[in-house]
Design a protein around this ligand. Structure first.
Ligand code: PXG
Length: 288
């Protein structure tokens, strides 16, 4: 595998960063996880826009233009002979002296890894996921805006560990007020009767690209979905729940905190939306 680093492609064994990079020392940097479907990079423009906004929020000047980043992402797929896969685009603050100040880091580092994708096992799409609510809260927006896709994922990693300890693959994270924010690496949607809802970004949800695509599909199909605060009670009593994420696409949830959701099988509308999503993945892509 060839990795893009330091402005060019090198063998993966040679793709290394300095121990003085603040991305490593402090988790100072931003990233994107992007899907490649049949030679099309899904929603590349949206991912690059989110990367730019994440970078702006943390006062990081991206060293490449949108077009240069787009070209490098496509090239990373081409040089690795991929037509389907997962692209990790990372921008670290770069090398600096020891000390928190970002100002002594003059050269942010752009890294692009294009690889095969590890998906949730297939049976979860037919049987649904069991998840829990993690005791680990989503980071307070006043501390670090959760919309920033930063290299600081310890908060989510702790919650993912909570899920694992409970024998689950995902966990819901609540915000400071106790409302549902999202899951550790996925957004959440739920249905009560004919109304769908998903937490707004100000409740602590990352503005997921998959979430955005699903909201577009719902609008096109005339399915009402509110971006509104959601309580645990509303989760436990939902008729249908699914999660969205770049890796997961749409994955049904059939149990939360030991409460069965709906009939205990993946919801009918969830499976229809998953179909509609899969129909679109190459339509909204940037061709290699
Ligand atoms: N919330 C969080 C906190 C995320 O990190 C999503 C929601 C879904 O967003 P997208 O844009 O993918 O629809 C994410 C992104 C992984 C991995 O390795 C996945 C994410 C983040 C970090 C790692 O599977 N998902």
């Amino acid at each position: 595998m060839k990795v893009y680093i330091n402005g060019g492609f090198v063998d993966e064994a040679d793709a290394k960063i300095s121990v003085f990079d603040h991305g490593l020392l402090y988790g100072d940097g931003v990233f994107e996880g992007i899907r490649l479907y049949k030679g099309c990079v899904f929603k590349l423009e949206e991912h690059l826009e989110r990367l730019e906004m994440s970078a702006k929020a943390i006062l990081l000047d991206l060293p490449m233009s949108r077009q240069e980043l787009s070209d490098a992402v496509c090239e990373a797929c081409r040089v690795n002979g991929l037509s389907d896969g997962y692209i990790r685009l990372v921008v670290t603050r770069g090398v600096g002296t020891l000390g928190l100040s970002h100002k002594n880091c003059k050269n942010p580092q752009v890294i692009i890894i294009a690889d095969k994708i590890a998906l949730y096992p297939k049976e979860f799409y037919t049987q649904g996921l069991r998840i829990i609510t993690s005791p680990t809260r989503r980071i307070n927006p006043a501390a670090l805006p959760p919309m920033v896709k930063s290299l600081n994922y310890l908060n989510n990693i702790m919650a993912k560990a909570d899920a694992g300890l409970a024998g689950c693959l995902e966990a819901i994270m609540l915000n400071d007020q106790g409302y549902v924010a999202e899951c550790t690496g996925d957004n959440i949607f739920l249905r009560h009767k004919d109304r769908w809802a998903t937490p707004p970004s100000h409740a602590g949800a990352l503005k997921g690209i998959t979430r955005g695509a699903v909201l577009e599909i719902m609008e096109a199909e005339g399915i009402a979905c509110a971006e509104t605060n959601i309580t645990r009670y509303e989760v436990w009593t939902a008729d249908e729940i699914f999660l969205t994420g770049t890796a997961a696409e749409l994955i049904p949830v059939v149990e939360v905190d030991g409460r069965r959701i709906g009939s205990g099988s993946p919801g009918e509308q969830t499976l229809k939306l998953l179909d509609a999503f899969q129909d679109r993945v190459t339509r909204d892509g940037t061709m290699l």
